[in-house]
Structure formats: C-alpha cells, structure tokens
Design a binder for this molecule. Structure first.
Ligand code: HEC
Ligand code: HEC
Length: 318
C-alpha cells in the first residue's frame, strides 16, 4: 500500500490515530532546526604536503582541467548558460537540496525566519544565469547569503543557476483554452484546493503556495499537476508513514529530518517530532498527497482551472 493513499484516506475519514497520541505537537518554529552539518564537496581541495607525487600530479591535472573548464565557462556567459540540459538542472536540484534548502527551503520558496527569499519567481538581484552565478561565487555581503565554497567547480554553479532559472520560467504567454473566471469559481467552490494550498495569504499549508503559480508552471504543467499529481513531486512534498514501538502509525508530509529525529506535518497541519529511536518503521512515499482531479472535473473544467491558475502571476496578484 502506498503511503499517499493512506494519507488521503486518513484525511477523508478524520484522523482517528489522534486518539492514541503519544507525542506532543511541537510549535511551528522548531521545525526549522539549525542544520549546520553542511559538508561541501571537497574532492577538489589541494592535497596536503605529505601526499605522494602521483596524488599531487593527479591534483595538478584536475586543477588544470578545471581551469580549462573555467575558460569555456566565461565564454559560456556570452552564449548563455551552457549547463542547462535536463541533466544539469537535475544535478543543480540535488546540489540545491544539500546546500541551499536549509535556508531557501526544499521547494526553493524561501524561509521568512532566515530571511532567505523565494527563488521561484522573479529574482531581486539577478536577471540571468550569469547574475545568479555571480551571487553564488561572491555571496551577498552583509547577509546570511555567503559565497559558495571556492572549491566547488564552476560547472556545478552553472548547473545550480540553471536549476534556479528553471523555477521561474518567465511567463511566455501561452494561449489557454479555458476561462479564468470560470476556473476561479471552481477553485473557490470545490473548497478543497484551499484546504491544502495557500493563495494570497489564505488557505492551508499541506501543498505549495499557489499565489504566483502562473509564473512558475506552463499551462501543460498545470494540467499535469491536476491530472497526475504524482508525475513529479518535489522532495518537500514527499510523505512518510511512521510507526512507533507501540505499533501506532502516523502519516504526514516530511518536514525535516536529521540523524536523531524526524518531523512530519499530518493531514490536520499539526507538526509532530519523533526521536528516531522511538520508531520501529519509517516508510517513505514520493507520491503526491494531492488527489488526481481527472475523474472529478471534465476536460472543459480542467481547462478553466488551468486558465485560472495560469493567470496567477505576481503582476495580476500583487
Ligand atoms: C544561511 C542561509 C542561506 C544559505 C545556506 C543559502 N542562502 Fe541564498 N540567500 C540567503 C539570504 C538571507 C538571502 C537574501 C540576501 C539579501 O538579499 O538580503 C539569499 C539570497 C539568495 C539569492 C538572491 C535572491 C534574489 O531575489 O535576488 C540567490 C539567487 C540565492 N540566495 C541562492 C542560493 C543558493 C543557490 C544557495 C545554495 C548554494 C543558497 N542561496 C544558500 C540565505 C542563504
Ligand atoms: C490534500 C491536499 C491537496 C488538495 C485538496 C489539492 N492539492 Fe494541489 N497539491 C498538493 C500537494 C501536496 C502538492 C505538491 C505535490 C505535487 O506536485 O503534487 C500539490 C501540487 C499542486 C500544483 C502544482 C504546484 C507546483 O508548485 O508544482 C497545483 C497547480 C495544484 N496542486 C493545484 C490544486 C488545485 C487547483 C486544487 C483543487 C482543485 C488542489 N491542488 C487540491 C496538495 C493538495
């Protein structure tokens, strides 16, 4: 059985597991525990003096290769980012998860407490991959945004820049078939969307904020999100099912985890923190907790919803 179906079921039938509560909900703020065990890629660090000649030669060779890569990259700046294939964007995404998500969030939508901005819309300080690259190399002085470890190769930073750019595809103004007005009515009247999603400060926390979703996803991607939610789920929205040593289970969205504990948000948006040593089973699911609307709406209604969601851009929703 998939966790996500478990999760959806629990949501529909009410959270009966509540009756056997063994742990206290924790306040929201403690879900952002500091996680400074931030190890960076050290494969390009210079060898220390005691190392043998072959190692040193290998290091010199790899450094030379790196500077060659650098040359082609400064050339790339004129040509745009050459590291922007789907492979690069994926590599950038996994690096982002390791090194950046603790401040900017798994979904890159920022964290008010740290003051780390949302990176999925229009950026304040950069309008191109090259601009993002410069921020990563130099940091933003006087802020928590530090330069990336100088040992991290350029190619990796360009991949990261490509990933960030991929998050905020500038509205290319695709034509849409449906009616945004009709879609707004469906969105608000099914009631359900706002149970999980926030829009302009109103709604739930069990799904991504949709305030500017129109500048983040194309109409096709929006339709896919409604019809096949599990096709692509960002790690931020993976869920876990935890069973403690008394056999009591709870399912929720994975908030964060470290070697000692794991935190989840259940279907009622309650936060739970479990020390790992109290758990007998952890089952992860990379499926979406959002139900598919393929059977719920007909094709014309999906078109209307897509038209509405696509109209949600920073310009139209201040
Ligand atoms: C310690 C927390 C922290 C970490 C880690 C961090 N950032 Fe930031 N980042 C910030 C803060 C705070 C700002 C806002 C600085 C300002 O403009 O005042 C910022 C700003 C930025 C900006 C500029 C946003 C804009 O609107 O112009 C980009 C791009 C960015 N970060 C990317 C990254 C990437 C990529 C990583 C991972 C390599 C990363 N950050 C890691 C805290 C962090
Ligand atoms: C049970 C909670 C829930 C409900 C109800 C729900 N969603 Fe979602 N939605 C999610 C979650 C969680 C995600 C993120 C995982 C994924 O990509 O499916 C998501 C993703 C999305 C996305 C993609 C967002 C992105 O940033 O990639 C869109 C668009 C969306 N939902 C629209 C809707 C609309 C419109 C409705 C109502 C018709 C709705 N959702 C109902 C939980 C929900």
């Amino acid at each position: 059985m998939h966790c996500s179906s478990l999760f959806t079921n629990t949501r529909l039938t009410g959270f009966t597991a509540k009756q056997v509560v063994t742990l206290q909900p924790i306040p929201l703020s403690s879900s952002h525990s500091s996680n400074s065990s931030d190890s960076s890629d050290s494969s390009h660090s210079p060898p220390n003096a005691k190392l043998s000649w072959p190692t040193l030669i290998k290091w010199v060779a790899s450094t030379l290769l790196l500077s060659l890569a650098n040359t082609s990259v400064s050339f790339a700046e004129d040509a745009g980012n050459l590291y922007n294939t789907p492979f690069d964007i994926n590599a950038g995404a996994s690096y982002f998860e390791k090194q950046c998500s603790r401040c900017h969030g798994f979904d890159a939508r920022g964290n008010d407490e740290v003051g780390a901005p949302n990176l999925t819309g229009t950026l304040k300080r950069a309008s191109s991959s090259a601009g993002i690259y410069t921020i990563l190399r130099e940091g933003i002085s006087g802020t928590a945004m530090m330069a990336v470890d100088p040992k991290v190769p350029d190619s990796q930073l360009w991949q990261l820049a490509a990933y960030i750019e991929s998050l905020s595809r500038e509205a290319a103004n695709f034509a849409v078939n449906g009616s945004a007005e009709a879609g707004a009515v469906l969105f608000n009247e099914t009631g359900e969307c706002l149970d999980c999603h926030m829009l302009a400060g109103r709604g739930g926390r069990l799904g991504p904020d949709l305030t500017s979703i129109g500048s983040e996803l194309s109409p096709d991607e929006l339709a896919l999100a409604l019809l096949e939610p599990s096709a692509e789920v960002a790690p931020r929205w993976w869920s876990v099912s935890l069973t403690d040593k008394n056999g009591v289970s709870r399912t929720g969205l994975r908030m964060n985890e470290d070697s000692f504990s794991i935190r989840i948000m259940d279907a009622d948006a309650q936060l739970w923190s479990y020390p790992r040593n109290t758990l007998s089973r952890i089952v992860r699911s990379e499926e979406s907790t959002m139900p598919s609307y393929a059977a719920h709406f007909d094709e014309a209604q999906i078109d209307d919803l897509v038209a509405y969601l696509y109209s949600l851009r920073p310009e139209t929703t201040p």
